[in-house]
Design a protein around this ligand. Sequence first.
Ligand code: ATP
Length: 331
Amino acid sequence: MNPLSLPVLRLMTDGCFHSGEAIARALGVSRGTVWNALRDMGALGIQVHRVPGRGYQLAEPIQWLDAARIERLLAEAHVPLTLEVLDCVASTNTELLARVAQGAPHGLTLAAEVQTAGRGRAGRPWYAVLGGSLAFSLLWRFEHGVGALRGLSPAVGLAIARALEAQGARGIQLKWPNDLVYRGRKLAGILIEVQGDALGPTAAVIGIGLNVRVPADLAVRAGQPVASLTSLPGFKPDRSRLLADLLIALYRTLERFAVEGFAPLRREWEARHAYHRLRVRVTMPDGRTEEGVVWGVGEGGELLLDTGRGRRRLAAGEVSLRPAVDGEADA
Ligand code: ATP
């Protein structure tokens, strides 16, 4: 990303027209440099009007993250997380993992206005747009080994769903193991990367990407239907408030998870599962598929599947779940 793009956009936040000359003067650069900085805004999901004689104007205002306000909201809720808001980063998970190697403290959270190479599971891409997504990662250090983290991913999904519901969102569902969906469209993804060993301690980098207000063409890039919070009726999210509320909910859920694991969250999770008691097809890492009816999730967050030949427990791994397609069930 052009390093001047964000400083230029910040100058235009008031929504008025700004001449190239005035922007150039404010930043101590040439008009050509300003033009260059504004050229690739489409890639960030930002539309800029350019009117000869008047200058540049944002098509829509940008809701920037207000770090001081988020920190205040966390402090009021007695949530001792440390937040850093970065302008631009390849991936908040990658950056936080690098910090873990340098001894980053428990509770460090990195949020980014722009994420240029966001990642999902198995190296799949995660796309975010400036001002219209939330992309952040939280470091949680557990005393125990990797085995005690079973169910962490669904627990995080539940924490996010609860926080959104507390803000008035209705109809949000969970898709095993780690997605939030609205009307079958993907609203948020979770990527957890763990460092440590079997006996512990372990460091979990919990990355979350959430669509707040994303352009329609993002679904084309994502290659699957996509939902935004703004598509929920009557829901007008404020990104900073939302990030604070998500962090508060995550903190409270993780504190409990660290002691009790996923078991106490299981029923609440199932109640929100988009495929509870439905027929699904599960694709394993080696490409094999398994079909069956979902009858729940286990105490470790595993999927409980009734295959007709018996009940199976599937650990999350790189397993991917889709609704079973009628007529293909026995193909
Ligand atoms: P799947 O969504 O296919 O079941 P998954 O849960 O493993 O797989 P993730 O790794 O969580 O998927 O996310 C990566 C996938 O999400 C990408 O392959 C892409 O299809 C989709 N995607 C990328 N960006 C977005 C976005 N902003 N909103 C919704 N979906 C996205």
